[in-house]
Design a protein around this ligand. Sequence first.
Ligand code: S3P
Length: 182
Amino acid sequence: MIRKNIILVGFMGCGKSTIGRGLSAGLKYEFLDTDIKIQNDMGMSISSIFQEYSESYFRKLERNLCKMVALNAPMIVATGGGIIKEVTNIDTLKIGGVIIYLKNTAQKIYKNIKYDTSRPLLNVENKEAKIKELLEQRIPLYEKCADITVDVSELKIDESINLIINIINNLEKNENEKSQNN
Ligand code: S3P
């Protein structure tokens, strides 16, 4: 077992939580979904946190959670799509963690979440346009922080999970070889 956190980043609706749960089951790693943890800790939905507190309060909760994650490797971690907006989060998550960017297209993302109402940033009249706008801003951030990029746009969930399990197993093999040579 690789002793690092596997951190999944990517845009809303790209499959982080579903793929993360599959990886956790397949690799027997603990699983943490940052959105679910924040909702459980606060006893309220993300939308209510945004509404009753603010987005910046939610970002503060995310920031604190990143620190907790860094101290508790190894886990599979599905992050909220905006976690990459704070550079310090990336620095924190990289401590003992490998960042995997799940790349998906605006079209597929829209298809996945067009009926979803739980994401406050997408509760707008033209959801498709908002996805494109935010995606354009964020792609450079996802690309910059990624140790590994996996294009999941043409893959079924099971295929993505199996591909990432192989990637992690190879990482582990390389690390073992490295430590044997030292
Ligand atoms: C957000 C993504 C959401 C959630 C919140 C903000 C974002 O998580 O953290 O609504 O800024 O992209 P998912 O990526 O799991 O939808």
